[in-house]
Write a protein that binds this ligand. Structure first.
Ligand code: ZN
Length: 193
């Protein structure tokens, strides 16, 4: 397992509809393992294959287990939302748009069906943060980012601030300014390769 490079907003692959997986092969299983490793290292609560440069319908979702320590990582292939209920506002961020957050309306509960890496069908019933993460990652497979769904004027940078109990404070930013910032990140990442 090896962590992979995360692609930033501004890379065209993040705006493409990802391909449906027809056959689960060793390469895909390795991709999912690498994505799980990338997620643990980041750390994050979800990651979609296009974020590591692979335009296929595969996501990983981390869930803190009952002992509150070990993160369980769900590896899902061709995930789709088959049921959604309720609506809830919450702040959201993304590893492809580091330090940006915004308020996004998401379903309170979802049921997601997918295939596991062993090609067995899986069905996940989730609510709260896990439901939010599932919706966010499935959006990635359709070329959608959370900024597309963000409530107007809720976009903000998280600025580290030890005096704030959250460890950061929020500084409002316009979408155009944020996009320009990520474009610079994309160019910097490309120059490094
Ligand atoms: Zn994301």
């Amino acid at each position: 397992m090896a962590a992979r490079k995360i692609y930033f907003c501004g890379e065209p692959i993040l705006r493409k509809k990802a391909k449906r997986v027809r056959r689960v092969d060793d390469e895909l299983v390795k991709l999912l393992d690498d994505m799980a490793e990338t997620l643990r290292e980041a750390p994050g609560i979800g990651l979609a294959a296009p974020q590591v440069g692979e335009s296929v319908r595969a996501i990983v979702i981390g869930e803190v287990g009952e002992d509150d320590e070990q993160m369980v990582v769900h590896k899902l292939i061709n995930p789709r939302i088959v049921e959604a209920e309720g609506e809830v506002e919450g702040s959201e961020g993304c590893l492809s748009l580091p330090t940006l957050q915004a308020i996004v309306l998401r379903p309170q509960q979802v049921v997601v069906e997918a295939l596991g890496p062993d090609e067995e069908p899986v069905s996940i019933e989730a609510e709260g943060w896990t439901a939010r993460a599932l919706c966010h990652e499935i959006d990635h497979l359709n070329g959608k980012l959370f900024i597309d769904r963000a409530e107007p004027d809720s976009l903000a940078w998280m600025i580290p601030d030890e005096e704030d109990e959250r460890g950061y404070r929020l500084q409002n930013v316009s979408l155009a300014e944020a996009l320009a910032m990520f474009q610079r990140l994309v160019e910097k990442a490309r120059a490094e390769n």
